[in-house]
Write a protein that binds this ligand. Structure first.
Ligand code: ZN
Length: 391
C-alpha cells in the first residue's frame, strides 16, 4: 500500500476505534508534500511525506493522525500569534502527546516530545520552554542549522526537508491556517469538533478526561462576555437577586410575578480610550450591551474617557447602542466617576468600565452603585468592584 492508502486505512480504522479523532480526521484533505519532512497540518490539509508515513507502524500512524487532529482541535494553526514557529510546534506537541499518551491512542512515534514539566496548554508550555532555553542560554532551534548548504537546488531541497522534519517533529507539526478569515476557520474547527463529540459520545467512545478540555474548547471566548451578562443579572437586577434570596429564606410575601425581572433602570458604560483597547473587543462589547436588551429594559449612558471625559451619549431603552469613541493617550478613571456624580441624576443599576487597567487613578471611595471592570490585557487589581477579564 502506498502512503495515501495507508493514511486512508488509518482514518477508517480510527472512525471505529477513536471516533473523536477519526471523525475530525475525515475533514482533513490528504496532500502528499515531500518537503514537510514528516507531516503537518494547516487545519484544512494533512500534508505528508510518503517515505515517512510508510516507515511508521500501524499504531504509530494512528497516533500521528490523532496528533494532527489535535493540533487543529486545539486551534494551534490559529493561535500562534507571531510566536516562534519551531518553539510553537514543540510546545504544542508536548500538550498533545501528553493527552494522547494518557488515552492510549496508538503508539507515539520514536522521538515524540512527551512529559517533563510541559503538560499544559501550548501557550503555557511555550513560555516555560522559552524561559528554560534562556536559562540554559541555548540559542533557539533552527537558527544555527539553517546556515549550512541550502544553496544548491538538490541539496537545498534535502536540507529544507530535514529542517521541516525537525520543525514538525516525528508526530507531525502545525503550520498557520491559510484561511484568510480566522472566524470562519474557527467556526469550521468548532463544527467538526461538535460533530465528532456527538458521534463519539453516541458510540460510548469518548476518551476519559476529555470533557474539561472540550468544554474549554467549545466556548472559551464566549465565556468572558457571558460573565458580563451574568454580572448584570446577579448584581444590577436587584429584583431578581432579592427574589432569589427570599426564595432561599422561605420569605413568603414576595410571590413569583410580583417583581418584574426585565426592568433594570439605568446602566452606565465607560470606555477607556487611551488607545490600548482594540476595536474588535469594542465591537463585541457593544454587541454584548445590545444583547442585554433582549433580557432587560434599560437606559444606557456610554462615555469615553482618557484623562478627561471626551464624550457621553445617552441611549433610551429602544435605541440601539452605538459606540463613537473619542480621545487618545493617557488614562484616568476619576473623571468618569465624577461625571456620573455630577451629571446623571437617575439611580444607577450598574457601571461597567471597559479598560486595560493601565492606570492607578481610582476614586478614593467606592461609588454607591455596583461597578464591573471589563479588563483587556490580564490585569485585575482594583480597589473596588468586580473584574471580568476579556480575552
Ligand atoms: Zn505536532
Amino acid at each position: 500500500m502506498n502512503a495515501r492508502q495507508l493514511l486512508e486505512q488509518t482514518r477508517t480504522r480510527m472512525l471505529a476505534d477513536f471516533p473523536l479523532y477519526g471523525v475530525q480526521a475525515m475533514h482533513l484533505e490528504l496532500v502528499e508534500k515531500e518537503s514537510v519532512g514528516t507531516a503537518s497540518t494547516d487545519g484544512k490539509h494533512l500534508f505528508y511525506n510518503s517515505g515517512f508515513i510508510v516507515s511508521l507502524s500501524r499504531p504509530e500512524r494512528i497516533f500521528l493522525v490523532a496528533h494532527a487532529v489535535m493540533h487543529v482541535m486545539l486551534k494551534h494553526h490559529l493561535r500562534r500569534n507571531g510566536r516562534d514557529i519551531d518553539d510553537w510546534n514543540e510546545a504544542g506537541d508536548y500538550s498533545i502527546n501528553w493527552i494522547l499518551y494518557n488515552q492510549r491512542v496508538g503508539t507515539m512515534p520514536t522521538g515524540g516530545l512527551l512529559g517533563g514539566s510541559y503538560t499544559d496548554a501550548a501557550e503555557v508550555n511555550y513560555s516555560r520552554l522559552h524561559y528554560n532555553k534562556q536559562e540554559q542560554n541555548e540559542p533557539g532551534d533552527g537558527g544555527q542549522e539553517q546556515s549550512g548548504g541550502d544553496s544548491g537546488s538538490g541539496e537545498g531541497k534535502k536540507s529544507e526537508q530535514q529542517q521541516n522534519a525537525k520543525r514538525y517533529g516525528s508526530c507531525g507539526g502545525v503550520m498557520d491556517s491559510a484561511e484568510p478569515d480566522p472566524a470562519k476557520a474557527e467556526a469550521e474547527v468548532q463544527a467538526n469538533l461538535m460533530e465528532a463529540v456527538q458521534i463519539a459520545t453516541k458510540a460510548g467512545k469518548m476518551p476519559g478526561g476529555m470533557e474539561r478540555v472540550i468544554k474549554e474548547l467549545v466556548a472559551p471566548e464566549a465565556d468572558c462576555w457571558d460573565l458580563i451578562s451574568e454580572w448584570v443579572s446577579d448584581t444590577c437586577d436587584t429584583d431578581r437577586s432579592y427574589a432569589r434570596i427570599s426564595n432561599r429564606s422561605t420569605d413568603e410575601y414576595l410571590l413569583p410575578g410580583d417583581y418584574s425581572d426585565d426592568e433594570l433602570g439605568t446602566l452606565v458604560a465607560f470606555i477607556d480610550t487611551s488607545g490600548s483597547i482594540n476595536s474588535a473587543a469594542l465591537k463585541k462589547f457593544a454587541a454584548k450591551l445590545n444583547g442585554l436588551r433582549q433580557l432587560y429594559e434599560f437606559n444606557c449612558y456610554v462615555g469615553y474617557c482618557d484623562t478627561r471625559v471626551g464624550r457621553v451619549d445617552y441611549f433610551g431603552r429602544d435605541e440601539e447602542i452605538v459606540f463613537r469613541p473619542v480621545g487618545g493617550g493617557g488614562t484616568r478613571f476619576t473623571p468618569a466617576f465624577d461625571y456620573v456624580d455630577k451629571e446623571i441624576s437617575e439611580d444607577i443599576a450598574g457601571f461597567i468600565y471597559f479598560t486595560d487597567l493601565c492606570c492607578s487613578d481610582f476614586p478614593s471611595m467606592a461609588p454607591r452603585y455596583p461597578v464591573l471592570w471589563a479588563v483587556t490585557g490580564g490585569r485585575n487589581k482594583v480597589p473596588f468592584g468586580d473584574v471580568v477579564n476579556i480575552k
